[in-house]
Design a protein around this ligand. Structure first.
Ligand code: LLP
Length: 450
């Protein structure tokens, strides 16, 4: 296979204002605007902390990616990874763009149905499936992407018990090469729980045939938050070698080949974004060149981005309640915490933090921006160089639209915040904030404690 190198990967520095603008953020007379809407007004109207989502940017990211795929290979589908953002309005926005969806649980499939998305647009890539998961999928005609050979027997039985015809099946393949922004998000490699290894693929697909499945797809997802096209290059080379081996050995004409998600975004100012041209070359173009040689030219090509589509389209607005100078360092204490956005605490992830209103002073200082959770790990950013801050000021935490709300929790009995959608210069409340009663509503007190 051709070895592709990346001579143009010398960092192309983006100017800071340009970087903000690429996320549809800008300062007008010292006030931060998102999608043309004043963020201080939003914070005051709805309260903080609050997630603010930019509809236009979600559409734009989807369209950019779709155009890139279409330019190389027409039979493609972009399945949005619902785990990144499962808000019904977000799902509806993507549905209206023509997106497909990747679900990792039956709860996510349920959310898709509530958003009016039909079964044939969904792939169910779970892992450690229960029989109830299979029943839900088969009853609702959802394509299952299996994670272990052992699951075939149970899935087959569910089809038989429900009297449904076995048709299309897929396996998640672990190409033994993974990448990602943190060890927790590297999802391939021999010691990783996901997928089936190369030496088991022939057995998996032969057995699927024996069990009566007639059509076949194949899938990988090697990790999340990947900015270096070399990683996609290695993964796709290994993956396509395995796909070709399967096609040759078992004489399978695959219905689809799914390359998963993983496309990273520039969380840090001036960070070099993923080079989509290179991604196209090593993933889609290579796939196209290969299948043209082997008479598989009707096969669908799928990808499953989550972060790339929604991460940059959302910010968290949070208010400073406490400026603490402990004589050693300065803390800016805000009303959002790792209950609102866990990525910095969980993965050490960088999320850029900016003021919603610039003050007239030139002076900047270093602050640790911290939340109200009773753990010292509740830190959004250490030693952040910010203009002088005051109690009552609003801050924006950027790039919170993927794995933000979906990973939030009511830890410390703090209700989850509201979500607001911006569209055409207007704001819409798309999720009410939880209340204390919401947090307690599922509890029951046994008689002897009443
Ligand atoms: N497809 C499959 C099968 C996946 O497991 C994932 C993510 C995706 C697609 C979408 O990946 P993306 O394009 O968003 O990178 N909580 C972590 C990310 C975990 C992702 C797990 N799987 C974070 O906040 O970085």
């Amino acid at each position: 296979m051709e070895i592709i190198k990346f001579p143009n990967l010398l960092p192309i520095m983006m100017d800071y204002e340009e970087w903000l603008k690429s996320k549809d953020l800008e300062y007008r007379e010292g006030i931060l605007y998102m999608a043309g809407v004043n963020t201080v007004d939003i914070a005051e109207k709805y309260g903080t902390p609050i997630y603010v989502i930019n509809e236009d940017l979600i559409r734009k990211r989807y369209k950019t990616l779709k155009k890139e795929l279409d330019s190389v290979y027409k039979n493609n589908q972009i399945h949005f990874a619902v785990k990144a953002n499962s808000n019904l309005s977000v799902l509806k926005i993507l549905k209206s763009q023509g997106a497909y969806f990747d679900c990792s649980s039956t709860g996510e499939i349920y959310a898709c149905f509530k958003a009016g998305i039909s079964s044939e647009k969904i792939i169910y890539t779970g892992n450690m499936f229960t029989n109830e998961d299979f029943k839900f999928a088969v009853e609702n005609d959802i394509l299952v992407n299996l994670d272990s050979i052992s699951q075939l027997k149970r899935l087959s039985k569910v089809y038989e018990d429900l009297g449904k015809e076995k048709n299309l099946i897929s396996f998640r393949i672990n190409p033994e090469f993974g990448a990602g922004h943190h060890s927790h998000t590297i999802t391939a490699g021999k010691d990783i729980k996901f997928g089936i290894l190369d030496n088991q693929v022939i057995e998996a697909y032969s057995k699927a045939r024996e069990y009566g499945f007639k059509k076949f797809g194949t899938h990988i997802h090697v990790g999340s938050g990947i900015l270096d096209p070399n990683d996609f290059d290695k993964a796709s080379e290994k993956y396509l070698t395995i796909v070709m081996k399967l096609a040759d050995t078992l004489d399978i004409k695959f219905d689809f080949v799914d390359f998963g998600g993983g496309l990273g975004i520039p969380y840090r100012p001036k960070e070099v974004p993923l080079d989509l041209e290179e991604y196209k070359k090593v993933v889609i173009k290579r796939f196209k060149d290969l299948i043209e040689k082997v008479d598989m030219d009707q096969v669908d090509f799928k990808i499953e981005p989550g972060r790339y589509i929604t991460a940059e389209a959302s910010i968290i607005l949070t208010q400073i309640n406490t400026i603490k100078d402990n004589g050693y360092k300065l803390f800016a204490g805000v009303d959002a915490g790792f209950n609102t956005l866990i990525r910095p605490t969980m993965y050490g992830s960088y999320h850029h933090i900016i003021v919603c209103k610039k003050n007239s002073k030139e002076k900047t200082q270093k602050y640790d921006v911290v939340g109200p959770i009773c753990e010292s790990g509740d830190v959004f950013g250490k030693d952040r160089e910010l203009p002088e801050l005051f109690e009552g000021d609003y801050l924006a935490i950027l790039d919170a639209g993927a794995y933000g709300f979906t990973m939030s929790s009511p830890y410390n009995s703090r209700p989850r915040p509201a979500e607001v959608l911006l569209n055409d210069q207007k704001s819409y409340l798309i999720r009410k904030a939880e209340t204390f009663d919401d947090l307690l509503s599922h509890q029951e007190i046994p008689d002897h404690l009443k």
